[in-house]
Design a protein around this ligand. Sequence first.
Ligand code: G1P
Length: 356
Amino acid sequence: MKGIILHGGHGTRLRPLTHTGPKQLLEIANKPMSQYAVEDMVDAGVKEIAIILGDVFPDKVKEFYGDGSKFGAKITYVYQDKPAGIAHAIGLCKDFVGDDKFAVYLGDNILKGGIKSYAAKFRQSESDALILLCEVKDPSRFGIATVRGEHIEKIVEKPKNPESNLAVIGIYFLTPSIFQIIKNLRPSWRGELEITEALQNLMISGRKIEFGYVTGWWKDTGTPEDILDANRFMLDDVRTDIKGSVESDESLQGRVSVGKGTKILKGSLVRGPVNIGENCQINSGVYIGPYTSVGDNVIIRKGEIEGSIIMSNCEIDTSTRIVDSIIADGSKIIDTPNSSPKGHRFLLGERSQVML
Ligand code: G1P
């Protein structure tokens, strides 16, 4: 079985975070979200993977994954020159797939528990597709399936009046039979070749589609709230693992992972689940609360932080409590109590959000 990971899209709802890189490289619990997809594939024995690149910093993706050997995979890259949809992206991989079955993973989807059992099922199966369904609260945001008994009756992309709340998640197991169907697709109202329409047409052409229900947790990380949610869910699995130095055991409560070279100074409190990267410094008096991820080379001189993602190379020195926040690479939040005129000073990128 081969693998395809979609790594394109503009990530407009995640601006300004996506001004400097593709959304799929944003870190969730200190790991780029698409790395979960790569690892899930490798874990399921899918080692030949094509990553579909879009026009948002594709070189950053190539630089990170290289030839895939660091991840136990053989990765090749395919360019999608325009955002023409998931089915279009899959269609570009016809030669790569050859006669094999294949798994498609949208790089902004995260599925807790991975895909191993589904891949094993599909390897044995006679069906032309296996899709995964998950109940959602906002069905008009997703591809939605109508299921009757053991059969899927209908799949519709982002229906205005959804017949069910079963989303077709962004992980699909397919056979080369889909390529002929994709060839005959017409762009949808949003100008894309829709995978959901391809699946619907596959059924109409008499091919069999199996489905499974997601039992654990799944997230499409389209918005900042989704990213924070995904971070919380991923940190639920963090294990205590101390590679750095912790001056006093009293600083750590619950499950905390501390990377190499990181110093947690006496008088600080880190209450897990928390993941702290490498070469950080957490000073005395600092509090890092549950469900916080801190990247590499972060200095926290003063601060209270909870439920947040602080990416690498940030500096924090403030008496303002930071909650439910995403602070991108290289940002600084510092108090300047004696500066005049009095007031907050901002240097914000396009579409930043500040909630004081
Ligand atoms: C895409 C698919 C949709 C699916 C969703 C899962 O939506 O078109 O069918 O339910 O991914 O994440 P999009 O991310 O393009 O809005």
